[in-house]
Design a binder for this molecule. Structure first.
Ligand SMILES: [Zn+2]
Length: 867
């Protein structure tokens, strides 16, 4: 078993040396790449006679100090080089040889298809050369790339292109210069034969920026949406944050093999092709939305992440939480804000709440880690964004903008901490910094218990709020939170009631926004003329679970003015109905009746309505169970769906016919909404296993021009009419087998299938020619989706667990990051029923007993088994 070393935030010390400028030359050959790295070094700690550089898996050829061979002056081990040198300023030259073609970890320089590309966040650069590979070492970079012209006609680096040259023997050179100091994790290089789509953007100070998207040849026509999204993002950041782009050129490169979604390297973003390429025939509406948000996210990092970066990786949420908040706000402005909010909260609950409830729970600012790659989590990103959103609520738009301006002004070109960000926010006042900071230090999702009392004689309404703060993973007590809580008191017709707050010492942020800060707090409202209905945590103003026994979800489904609350009420009402069925086998008829309030309300936007009609997922329902047992909730869910479809068959068919427009592929909100709503009702109707409806679904597969319609139809046939699915699956495969991105969808439909035998089909698909274990997207589509298929993964035989353990071990040898991503599926271990728990334990022990397991996987398995 490998030794796992824990790194603690409190051990931070500044580096003894600073690499002021880095001049890199990459000579790319068929078998290897030569890296000549000339660093201008400044000694920061005058006491220090030694400089430590990170480096892993490198073949070292030469080390020189001020152009003199540094013989006997340095020592290397598997992770670092220690150089003895007591000069204050010197030029350190290191020459290394690397083998990108053999690099399957996809960190550092590696091959994706015919392209050579890099991924250096967080610690990939040390696989390229020896360096102070930590974010607080900010350096300017010059990059010279030399390669064979025919194989690598395109040579890209960070910053601006300053020189090109053609050499003898069919080789050429490109030199890039990035004038902005940056940490090595933002370094990027791309070499390959690529097609390009170009455009320009004129900034607010009238500078013209060249925009290029590089893709595999033949895919140039699939970049329109990405380019449009980029220009929208550039404009939005100028208008909303006053931030202008700083280089003359902005390049995006799409690659097929990528561990993450995309990477914000300065001036040279590298993207998983999933987040660039799209056309109506191959991408769903969701894919288009995803592209818009990821393109924007990486662009926004130019200021929040690149210009101002993190001092160390414990600060990751400084750039990620903030940038996710920025991309969510952008998407809300580009689309329907309430739909955006519903989808963000839904994602938070399905991913982050699950993480927060399990053994790998951590604060948005962790205090320790073994493998930093394991901390690119929903907590750091999505919960981090909720924390920024609360600050935004406390400050209000105007003060928030001033605080952000101050943040940019004060910390530009620096590597800073979350405390520095909070300092800038605090300069505008408006919130209690000390109490608010707990959101950075504590873990687990808190619950807010809500109790109401109305006194009709005094016209007085009392709201009692109790924060239930779970202990952290170590069992230590945590403190109550300080947060904004949006609410409305409604009369019987859904009209907002007037009121006054009795105790003037309690603060209101705004009319309708309480500031909550105590473990238990009472708010008394006077002059409330009728017994109100409470709508609470409107627009999900704070990341709490709400426990509100007196809530009238039927009323809120019908009358809440806040779109999020209407969605929330339908979810809660469905959860209660499922509980009731699991407890006593009865279907909650009130819920069935109330469902009409959403289904038949024509005033709700179509996309929002499609969300509201969705039943809670198994992942959400599992979280509510004391002891996880899939069969009863899965059965209840299906029966509820069946009961709704039976009761509302005619209405649903009418909606389907009204909005099914097979020829329409437009991407405007109305068209996307029409597709969303009719696919939502179709997914109910298919449960009925009715011949005529099956026929509708087949026609939708065959006649619709959009991938959205086709993939929904294929998925429904696979789950509810497998006999009809067979031919369509064959047809789909034949039509798209050359398109990996579409094949991901094909694999996902099969591995998400809830019918019998899914595991066997998934195992067989590993031998399919379209599958490649070295391409993370394919692994995620087949194995990752299977691990999230609660029915198949948690099968009482334990076969799902054993299969995943096998895959984790196999992948860990190739790509530890992808392997640890799959391992997170085991996080429910502690809460499983005894049968499943014993079986999962066997699978986890199988991984633990493996000799050569990476620290990525080991850290997770140890936390899960609590060893
Ligand atoms: Zn990011």
């Amino acid at each position: 078993m490998s030794q796992a070393k824990t790194i603690h935030l409190h051990d931070y010390t500044a580096p003894s040396h600073h690499i002021v400028h880095t001049d890199l030359t990459f000579e790319i050959f068929d078998e290897h790449t030569l890296v000549i790295n000339r660093m201008q070094v400044r000694r920061m700690d005058k006491e220090s006679g030694a400089m430590t550089l990170h480096g892993e898996g490198l073949t070292l050829l030469c080390v020189k100090v001020d152009d003199v061979k540094a013989e006997g002056q340095f020592e290397c081990d598997a992770e670092q080089m220690v150089l003895q040198c007591d000069k204050d300023e010197f030029v350190l030259q290191v020459v290394t040889k690397i083998y990108p073609d053999e690099n399957t970890t996809l960190e550092g320089l590696y091959r994706s298809g015919t392209i050579l590309c890099t991924q250096n966040e967080p610690e990939g650069f040390r696989h390229i050369t020896y360096f102070i590979d930590r974010p607080d070492n900010m350096s300017t970079f010059t990059t010279t790339i030399i390669a064979e012209t025919s194989r690598y006609p395109i040579l890209l680096g960070n910053g601006n292109l300053v020189e090109t040259e053609t050499y003898a023997e069919g080789r050429h050179m490109a030199k890039w210069e990035d004038p902005f100091a940056k940490p090595s994790y933002l370094f990027a290089l791309v070499a390959g034969d690529l097609g390009v789509v170009s455009d320009t953007f004129t900034t607010m100070s009238n500078r013209e920026i060249a925009l290029n998207i590089y893709v595999d040849r033949g895919n140039e026509n699939k970049c329109d949406h990405a380019m449009r999204s980029l220009k929208n993002a550039m404009k939005w950041d100028e208008e909303v944050y006053g931030r202008e782009y700083d280089l003359d050129i902005y390049n995006i490169v799409a690659v097929d093999s990528f561990n993450m979604g995309a990477m914000e390297n300065k001036g040279l973003n590298i993207f998983n092709s999933h987040y660039v390429l799209a056309d109506e025939d191959s991408a769903t509406d969701q894919n288009f939305m995803g592209i818009e948000s990821v393109i924007a996210h990486e662009y926004f990092h130019n200021w929040t992440g690149n210009r101002i970066t993190c001092r160390d990786w414990f600060q990751l949420t400084l750039k990620e939480g903030l940038t996710v908040f920025r991309d969510q706000s952008f998407s809300a402005d580009m689309n329907d804000a309430s739909v955006q909010r519903i989808s963000d909260v839904k994602a938070l609950r399905e991913r982050q709440f699950v993480e927060d409830a399990g053994p790998t729970a951590h604060p948005i600012k962790p205090k320790s880690y073994v493998e930093i790659n394991n901390f690119y989590t929903a907590t750091i990103y999505e919960k981090g964004a909720e924390v920024i959103r609360m600050l935004h609520t406390f400050l209000g738009e105007e003060k928030y903008r001033k605080a952000m301006d101050l943040y940019f002004e004060t910390f530009d070109a620096k590597a800073v901490r979350t405390e520095d960000f909070l300092w800038a926010m605090d300069q505008q006042g408006g919130f209690d910094l000390e109490r608010f900071s707990r959101w950075y230090a504590q873990e687990r999702t808190p619950t807010l218990k809500v109790h109401e009392h109305y006194d009709g004689v005094k016209n007085e309404y009392t709201l009692t709020l109790q924060q239930v703060i779970p202990a952290n993973v170590k069992g230590e007590k945590q403190l109550p939170y300080y947060f904004p809580l949006a609410f409305t008191l409604l009369d019987r017709d859904g009209v907002a009631l007037q009121w006054n707050l009795a105790d003037k010492r309690q603060t209101l942020l705004d009319k309708g926004m309480l500031i909550v800060q105590e473990e238990e707090e009472k708010f008394t409202f006077t002059e409330v003329t009728t017994e109100p209905k409470l709508s609470i945590n409107n627009n999900f103003s704070a990341p709490f679970k709400i426990e509100h026994d007196q809530a009238d979800y039927g009323f809120l489904m019908q009358f809440a003015s806040d779109g999020f609350i209407r969605y929330e009420a339908t979810q809660k009402a469905a959860m209660n109905a499922i509980d009731m069925f699991v407890e006593n086998g009865e279907i909650d008829t009130r819920y069935l009746v109330n469902f009409a309030a959403i289904l038949e309300d024509e005033s709700i936007g179509l996309e929002a309505k499609a969300f509201m009609l969705e039943l809670p997922t198994l992942s959400v329902l599992m979280q509510e169970q004391k002891e996880i047992d899939i069969a009863p909730i899965s059965k209840a869910l299906n029966l509820l769906k069946h009961a709704l479809a039976t009761r509302y068959k005619d209405t649903m068919l009418t909606i389907y016919q009204q909005f099914h427009k097979p020829e329409n592929s437009a991407l405007d909100a109305q068209s996307m909404g029409e597709r969303a709503i009719k696919n939502a009702v179709l997914s109910y109707l298919m449960v009925l296993e009715d011949e005529d409806i099956n026929a509708l679904c087949v026609v939708q597969y065959e006649n619709s021009v959009t991938m959205t319609d086709r993939i929904v139809a294929l998925d429904l046939l696979e789950n509810y009419a497998p006999d009809l699915a067979q031919d369509r699956l064959v047809h789909f495969y034949a039509r798209y087998k050359e398109n990996t991105l579409v094949m991901n969808k094909y694999l996902s439909v099969l591995s998400a299938s809830e019918r019998e035998g899914t595991i066997d089909r998934v195992q067989a698909l590993q031998n399919d020619p379209v599958y490649d274990v070295k391409v993370p997207n394919l692994v995620r589509a087949l194995i990752g989706v299977f691990a999230r298929n609660a029915v198949a993964f948690h099968a009482p035989t334990g076969h799902g667990y054993a299969f995943l353990a096998e895959k984790v071990i196999e992948l860990d040898a190739l790509n530890p990051q992808i392997a640890s991503g799959l391992t997170t599926a085991f996080r429910s271990y502690d809460r499983l029923n005894p049968n499943n728990k014993a079986l999962m334990k066997d699978a986890l022990e199988m991984i633990m007993n493996e000799k050569e397991i990476s620290s990525n996987v080991l850290e997770l398995v140890q936390k899960i088994l609590d060893v």
